[in-house]
Design a protein around this ligand. Structure first.
Ligand code: SAH
Length: 465
């Protein structure tokens, strides 16, 4: 991010614009929405600008611009539609120590003006650092349709009630009051009886919330899916919107954590097989302590929380402390991995069952019914199978598995850096070693990526060559 988005107060502040044509007008239309004192320097201003000056919405200066005249302004726009003139006035503004925007010249501008969705005082600013104006316009159009026009009115009315609402304790209780107002009571009252009605329901709502009991804490055990934020369930999204505390695993990536409420406390409880870790007992204690203090705790686990996630231990800790909980399922890494290779977990005539295995458990490499796994057409999703690959290979071969059994490794399934490595039982350890697999990887035993028609043609041609 080269440009940091902020909202700048222009109250009793000056903005200077150099230029009097279309480019200047486009910027002025935006600036006129603010309470800034606008000064336009234009020798031959467009009639619309003259009209704005006549109605005192801005002041128009028709003498040449100097650095002294810019001094002390908050922002400066060079909008002359003439590169050399823009350059000249930009130099003046910089020498006066004022932030400069040159219209249509990202390179030499110190700030850029975003696309705006205006529901004053609610404002959405959209920026792409000049890379994708088409995208910015599409996002703007999308938000315009989604954000009711009444949002601004409700925000303004809420603002005038803000000090009264401070009788509610800061945090969860006050938040619950405002949520109730913005998403339920407020819009209804505005539709029923306009602003007056909203004002009266605000007072009633406050009394109701003052009398409501302190909410008790709760733990949601939520699967965050394999990594792609679009593979979160709607319930997981909602839990991220409401949680006070998010305790997350190493597998939960930044794009998902970014969806948490800004005020939420984020705690990394990362554990790594064979690596540095927060011990499970400490995690249990942390979950229980936060919930016992009344917080809505989101225990966020990669994939599905119920698959190799030590969920039971955390549930038992909650039960022992009398804390309520529920589970929200997620998409497990195995599902994302078969999807990535275009295969199905089960297939008529091939395998009627599928096994989820772990490569290692608390004692080291995990033991399984190898004789059964070695049978033809077995399909298994092996979690945490990187370090144990050679061990698994040895056991399966010893029990009669074919060396040519297909094995596919999917690293970082569903993430932008996803990699698919094709192997056989014979080549599995070798492929893993030479491929430098550093991300989480799932081993699909008994499955090869589905060959596309193009692959098949190439292979056939190679055979005939
Ligand atoms: N609860 C998780 C699994 C936790 S065990 C789930 O349901 O997916 C951790 C193992 O899951 C990793 O060692 C790796 O084998 C697998 N894994 C998790 N996310 C993955 C991903 N995005 N791609 C490939 N494997 C993944």
């Amino acid at each position: 991010m080269d440009h940091f988005p902020i909202f700048l107060s222009l109250k009793q502040n000056r903005v200077v614009v150099s230029g009097g044509g279309e480019a200047a007008k486009a910027k002025l239309r935006l600036l006129l929405k603010t309470s800034a004192n606008i000064e336009v320097f234009a020798e031959q201003p467009d009639p619309e600008i003259t009209e704005w000056a006549r109605t005192k919405r801005l002041s128009l200066v028709q003498t040449p611009l100097t650095a002294e005249r810019i001094q002390g302004a908050a922002l400066f726009y060079a909008a002359n539609e003439d590169a050399s003139k823009d350059h000249r006035v930009a130099v003046l503004a910089r020498s006066a120590g004022v932030l400069v925007n040159i219209v249509d010249n990202l390179q030499d501008s110190q700030f850029i003006t975003p696309a705006i969705v205006d529901r004053d005082p609610v404002t959405v600013a959209i920026g792409t650092e000049g890379t994708a104006p088409v995208l910015a316009r599409a996002i703007k159009a999308d938000i315009e349709t989604r954000l009711p026009s009444t949002v601004g009115i409700l925000a303004r009315l809420a603002n005038s009630f803000r000090t009264k609402a401070e009788v509610l304790p800061f945090g969860r209780k006050r938040r619950a009051f405002w949520s109730d107002f913005f998403f339920s009571v407020g819009p209804r009252a505005l539709a029923d009886g306009g602003e007056e009605k909203v004002k009266s329901v605000l007072a009633d709502l406050l009394v109701r919330h003052q009398n409501s009991r302190q909410t008790s804490g709760h733990v949601a055990f939520v699967g965050s899916g394999p990594g792609d934020p679009e593979l979160l369930t709607l319930k997981a999204r909602k839990a991220l919107d409401t949680a006070d505390v998010v305790i997350y695993d190493r597998l939960v990536g930044a794009p998902i954590l970014e969806l948490a409420r800004r005020e939420a406390i984020l705690i990394n409880a990362g554990k790594e097989g064979f690596g540095a870790s927060t011990c499970q007992k400490d995690i249990n204690t942390m979950i229980v302590e936060h919930a016992a203090s009344g917080a809505q705790v989101l225990r966020l686990k990669g994939g599905d929380a119920t698959v190799f996630g030590r969920l039971d231990e955390e549930i038992e800790a909650c039960d022992a402390a009398g804390i309520s909980w529920h589970i929200v399922p997620g998409i497990t890494a195995a599902s994302a991995s078969v999807a990535a290779i275009g295969q199905s977990m089960t297939r008529r005539g091939r395998n009627t069952s599928v096994r989820y295995l772990t490569g290692h458990d608390m004692r080291g490499f995990a033991d399984h019914d190898w004789a059964d796994l070695a049978k033809q057409d077995t399909v298994a999703a092996i979690y945490m199978g990187k370090k144990s690959a050679r061990f698994i290979q040895g056991r399966l071969l010893m029990h009669g598995a074919e060396r040519s059994t297909p094995v596919t490794i999917v690293e970082n399934a569903s993430r932008p850096d996803q990699r698919i490595l094709e192997a056989t039982l014979d080549t599995l350890p070798h492929i893993l070693e030479k491929s430098n697999v550093t991300g989480p990887a799932l081993t699909l035993y008994g499955l090869a990526p589905r060959a596309t028609e193009a692959d098949l043609i190439t292979r056939t041609l190679q055979e005939f060559a």
